[in-house]
Design a protein around this ligand. Structure first.
Ligand SMILES: Nc1ncnc2c1ncn2[C@@H]1O[C@H](COP(=O)(O)OP(=O)(O)OP(=O)(O)O)[C@@H](O)[C@H]1O
Ligand SMILES: [Mg+2]
Length: 299
């Protein structure tokens, strides 16, 4: 079922910069979508339009039947779609972490006891210890501020969660934690997740669907495997596929399946190719204990 529909949306900033140019997109309930593209390609503008923070200059965005340009719909929209800013400092303004997380529910009139339970729950799932509740967000690390921003968005329990650069300020382990957490939200609670990221290994490991933007237009929209198997088209976005995918491509002429997304998949594909050539080679290639994204630094 379509939850978010973007119809021929164009957006120009007041200075005349056209950041989106005729974007049409549908997001289905429960999808995990990654928006990719080089700096300035329109990812943030599109994600803000999805959340109703910006309204398209032309065309429209409809979230769960609500046109984001209609008057007085913000309260209904925040329950449906939440947006975590690329820079958490654009989002955080309360003097205590506790109040920051509870701000949305308070605004929606959630009673104090229930609010407290929600705050504690989302803090627990985002890895924010209650010892931090009294702290000023300003004095936390960027990674922790990002978690507070995510927790504050989750506290409203929106159906769709849009996170602009979820791994900002996080080290490798924390990036995996945040992504695993978003996956859990989707699997256990049925949230729809949209991330904006430059980290292709993260996209390969977590996103089912990839929307690649260039110059405010959609260049490709499809399954991650499909999009990454078109390095020629992807090159136009100046985004390189993950290293595992690039290696798989390079090996494709030796009979290796060319569409691996992760190192684990590449190893399996190489094993299969060797087995087809030589028969089962018992331990020729060892996968090792691999984590999903193998190349967190590779963009
Ligand atoms: N407030 C603004 N006023 C004018 N132009 C803007 C504004 N914000 C963004 N732009 C321009 O709109 C275009 C799209 O920007 P946007 O921030 O959506 O890109 P992005 O893909 O999110 O980039 P990045 O990867 O750097 O975050 C760019 O040309 C950018 O310079
Ligand atoms: Mg951006």
């Amino acid at each position: 079922m379509t939850l978010v529909r973007v119809e021929d949306a164009t957006f120009s900033y007041p200075d005349g910069t056209r950041a989106l140019d005729g974007v049409t997109l549908e997001i289905t309930r429960g999808e995990f979508v990654a928006l990719i593209g080089q700096n300035g390609s329109g990812k943030t503008t599109l994600s803000k339009c999805l959340a109703g923070l910006l309204r398209p200059t032309r065309g429209r965005v409809v979230v769960d039947g609500i046109d984001t340009a209609s008057k007085g719909v913000m309260k209904d929209l925040v329950r449906r779609i939440g947006y975590v800013f690329q820079n958490p400092d654009h989002q955080l303004f309360n003097a205590r972490v506790y109040d920051e997380i509870g701000y949305g529910p308070k605004n929606l009139g959630v009673p104090e006891a229930e609010r407290d339970a929600i705050i504690r729950e989302v803090a627990a799932v985002t890895g924010l210890h209650p010892d931090l509740f009294g702290e000023h967000p300003f004095f936390l690390s960027k990674g922790l501020r990002q978690r507070v921003a995510i927790a504050a968005t989750l506290a409203v329990r929106p159906q769709v969660i849009v996170v602009d650069e979820p791994t900002t300020g996080q080290d490798y382990r924390q990036s995996i934690d945040v992504m695993d957490f978003l996956v859990r939200l989707r699997v256990e609670r049925g949230h729809t997740i949209v991330i904006v990221t430059h980290e292709m290994p993260i996209v390969a490991a977590y996103a089912e669907r990839v929307v690649a933007l260039r110059g405010g237009r959609i260049l490709m929209d499809g399954a991650a495997r499909e999009v990454f198997s078109r390095p020629d088209v992807l090159a136009e976005t100046f985004v390189k596929p993950p290293q595992a995918t690039r290696l798989a491509h390079a090996w494709a002429r030796n009979g290796v399946r060319g569409d691996a997304l992760t190192v684990d998949e590449l190893v399996d594909a190489m094993r299969a190719a060797l087995a087809a050539r030589d028969g089962p080679p018992a331990g020729r290639l060892e996968a090792g204990a691999a984590h999903p994204p193998q190349e967190a630094g590779d963009v």
